[in-house]
Design a protein around this ligand. Structure first.
Ligand code: SER
Length: 474
């Protein structure tokens, strides 16, 4: 059962619909209501104001399959993509939400029922974490649900601890937050890794599948926490992780969606080794890039557009590594539409624009890619030590259009790091030289300016004319 990710998505939404939740469409990757956020990075984003009591809906329970990008800002997974089994620039988060309706009891019971009765996951493979002082959550898991005490692990903020777990979730430096309880799946002792809360937790054996946040506070800029008008619930389960479990595989890249994209990329580029890491990077990146363009982001030199440019160029570099001789990235869009099912509605509507934008960016970068790679290769072969100087990284950025993380990605393959402080210094120097000369035409800003970006209201025609119909948001 649920052998495809699309079937799993439908089952989740249907389960919560049966339990009186309103099925709400995924919101855009460009957050409409929040200048503090670069991209939509969690299911709760579109409901932020509802949690805060500043917006009202005609439902108090909701469920979504939310497209998310984590490639900048507080939750940023870009650098890990391709190096781990489950970091992605784009993923879908399945979630259920209570806006002052149910709280801990029902939130925990819904999650457990869905996993163990609907999906029929073996209970002995599951363990949970709770916030260290949350005795109420402990009692519910232990007495009501029947999870043995030794499988309920208390975890705090863990500042300074040797492991990264954190059972207090917050959207950003400000905004809704609260203690959480997380459900983990044990992929088996043949895989290295320890239970959450141990130094070995970063291994691949125990994988967090569902985060249930008990939203209770609104964190202020000065760090104080004001209680929310009503205790609420925000949950998130990465669909790729649960699909991996349901499809009997360990790495997310083995699920149906990624396998289709990997096979298509291999077919286009004539690659036979389907395990090649670059295929995984490309399969990941086409999802974020295609959906970002579908949601109105265009490659550019700043803000969201620059993040998109960085991801496209990283994908193109990996294609080049696999021997691409012509534009290939945009050719993955039809396959993406096929495998994403109902989640691809926006992509279907904008397919021509998305393909055209990806192709144009690839062609533009391809003109300087080979030369830049030659210069980088030369610098690396002459390098003494393990750190590439910031000047070279800046030259690659400035002259050849290499985002610094692309240079870092090439270096990492040879166990070399980039002197990012030196890169920033070279950039600052260039900027002040340009200013002194009265030139303001080059934007050397690779930081994430988002406050003056265009608000996207739709494309004015769907024939590949990427003209945004709209409007500045202040
Ligand atoms: N907001 C929480 C998270 O992103 C639960 O959805 O993990």
């Amino acid at each position: 059962m649920y052998q495809t990710t699309a079937a799993l998505r439908s089952a989740f939404l249907e389960f919560f619909r049966r339990n009186s939740h309103q099925v709400v469409d995924s919101s855009s990757l460009v957050p409409g209501n929040d200048p503090t956020l670069l991209f939509t990075n969690a299911g709760m984003n579109q409901f932020k104001d509802v949690f805060l009591g500043e917006d009202k809906r005609d439902y108090s329970r909701a469920t979504t399959a939310q497209r998310c990008v984590r490639a900048g800002g507080k939750h940023n997974d870009l650098d890990n993509v391709g190096y781990t089994a489950r970091h992605h620039t784009f993923f879908e988060m399945l979630g259920n939400f209570s806006f002052g309706d149910y709280f801990k009891h029902d939130a925990i019971r819904f999650a457990w029922t869905f996993l163990t009765e609907e999906l029929k996951l073996p209970k002995e493979r599951l363990c949970v974490t709770i916030y260290e002082t949350d005795d109420e959550a402990f009692e519910i898991w232990n007495k009501e649900i029947g999870v043995a005490a030794e499988n309920i692990i208390r975890i705090g903020d863990n500042k300074g601890a040797a492991f990264a777990s954190d059972n207090f979730w917050q959207m950003g430096d400000t905004g809704p937050c609260g203690p959480c309880t997380e459900i983990f799946y044990d992929h088996g002792e043949h895989i290295w890794g320890g239970r959450p809360g141990t130094p070995e937790e970063d291994g691949d054996r125990f994988i967090e599948i569902w985060n249930i946040v008990f939203m209770q506070y609104n964190r202020q800029a000065d760090g104080t926490m004001e209680p929310l008008p009503k205790p609420s619930v925000d949950t998130g389960m990465g669909i790729e992780r649960i699909a991996a479990i349901m499809q009997g595989v360990h790495s997310n890249y083995e699920i149906d969606i990624f396998q289709s994209l990997i096979k298509k990329t291999a077919e286009i580029l004539g690659v036979t080794d389907l395990e090649n890491k670059s295929l995984r990077v490309i399969a990941d990146h086409i999802r974020s890039c295609a959906f970002l363009v579908a949601d109105g982001v265009m490659p550019s030199n700043e803000g969201r557009g620059y993040v998109l440019r960085r991801i496209i160029r990283r994908a193109v570099r990996h294609g080049n590594k696999l021997g691409a001789t012509e534009s290939f990235f945009y050719k993955l869009v039809p396959t993406l539409i096929e495998v994403m099912g109902d989640a691809a509605k926006e992509l279907v509507a904008t397919q021509a624009i998305v393909e055209k934008a990806l192709k144009a960016e690839e062609e533009q970068f391809a003109r300087t890619l080979e030369r830049g790679l030659g210069i980088l290769d030369n610098a690396l072969s002459q390098l003494e030590g393990k750190v590439l100087d910031g000047e070279t990284a800046f030259k690659l950025y400035d002259t050849y259009g290499f985002p610094v993380d692309l240079t870092a990605d090439v270096c990492r393959e040879r166990d070399i790091t980039v002197d990012e402080a030196g890169f920033e210094a070279a950039m600052a120097e260039q900027r002040s030289r340009a200013q002194a000369a009265g030139q303001f035409d080059t934007d050397y800003n690779d930081s994430l300016k988002i406050d003056a970006e265009t608000e996207f209201c739709g494309y004015n025609n769907l024939n590949g004319e990427a003209k945004v119909v709209a409007l500045y948001a202040d």
